[in-house]
Design a protein around this ligand. Sequence first.
Ligand SMILES: Cc1cc2nc3c(=O)[nH]c(=O)nc-3n(C[C@H](O)[C@H](O)[C@H](O)COP(=O)(O)OP(=O)(O)OC[C@H]3O[C@@H](n4cnc5c(N)ncnc54)[C@H](O)[C@@H]3O)c2cc1C
Length: 420
Amino acid sequence: MADELPGEEISLWVKTTGRTSYPSLGEDTKHYDVVVVGGGITGIVAAYRLAQSGREVALIERERIVEWTTGGTTAKLSSQHYLIYSHLIDRHGEALARAFADANQDGIDAIERLAADLPIECEFSRRSSYVFSRDSASVEAFEREVEAARRLGLPAQFETSTELPFEVRAVVRFDDQAQFHPRKFLLKLAEEFVRGGGVIFEHTNATTIVPGEPNTVFTDRGSLTGDVVVQASGEPFWRNEILDGRMWMKMSYALAVELEDRAEYPDGMYITTDEPMRSIRSAACDGGPVLIFGGESHEYEEGSFDPDPHYRALIEDVRARFEVRSVHCRWLAGDFMPYDRIPFIGPDPEHPSIYLATGYRAWGLAWAMSAAEGIRGYVDGAPADWIEHFSLERLEAPLRDEDRVRGIPNSGVEMRAQGD
Ligand SMILES: Cc1cc2nc3c(=O)[nH]c(=O)nc-3n(C[C@H](O)[C@H](O)[C@H](O)COP(=O)(O)OP(=O)(O)OC[C@H]3O[C@@H](n4cnc5c(N)ncnc54)[C@H](O)[C@@H]3O)c2cc1C
């Protein structure tokens, strides 16, 4: 029999915050201006923003808020999504690439601003973000990415070394990115939302929407109506067939470990384009530092899903690369990966008072801030120009075969068994 896995199975963010206990829906048939479904970063920020602009808003969450993907992230805030900008410019043009870059840069600033204004102590700190490869064949693609990113105004540099305790051959550094504690930020934002008159229902699973004026959202606990509905549930629970063949779900795993040598905790935030994918950053836990070490991504398949070997591979690898004293905790989560590598943000093409924001390709934290703001713009009748690049209207045309790909563009591994 295999040895028991070390560490508690719980995300670092859940482990270091209190649990929420909002009521479930009950027999509420009340009408709201806006019903938001999903209590991750997209839903909470959208609910907060829409309430701030004077609307009566209810948020429904099927489990507890900020426990699924947003509660299981590695919580880097970055416009650096592996290598993406050279690909976006080539494939979709400079205007879309610029909108993509700006939305993510703005998303980081939005968290910083909100955390300062409210204020929220959420371990937000500005850091550099690095994508690296240990393969010298990557140099050209990395240089191309720097050129593309700089053309879009992003703070990119090419380098050939890092502070990590192993050799690398190619590095793209983005300055002035950030990391934070997602639950410390979002649980407080949810409290502010409720203090301002917003309502949260936990343990309430939305099952369908009957569109109309108003829309009716049915749940396993009753129904409520909303002039506007925001599907912030990751995978849409209503009309999800419109995304059939457009995105897939990637599972990823992470550990928080204590190192023997404090000098080994990196200041920067790291990810590699090499196989196996690894994501690395430092964080705090119980008053001391920990290293977050993530990766092992793969497509989610219901019948054969077995996290055990992935946890084991991560633990073995972190021990090979760092002097590990102990494994504090381990966790997993899934995120939605659009084949064309562009998120879906905007109104449903047939029912424009029902909005969707998903498909962040495992980089959704900065994205969600801008998506929430973008949805508020739509609801206020003044959609921002940038958002049209990410609208659901593109679903009306079939996905081009050349866009039905996985992997990290320009990494030399376009079709990868492990996903990107
Ligand atoms: C391991 C891992 C590491 C990551 N690291 C990073 C990172 O460093 N930086 C970054 O930017 N991104 C990262 N991501 C991606 C990022 O975490 C996600 O893109 C983001 O959290 C998605 O937020 P969301 O609000 O859209 O979805 P979620 O957080 O999944 O929220 C959706 C919520 O809706 C609820 N829900 C679903 N269906 C229903 C229903 N029918 N009724 C009611 N509620 C429902 C769910 O329970 C859930 O709470 C990572 C992802 C993973 C998996």
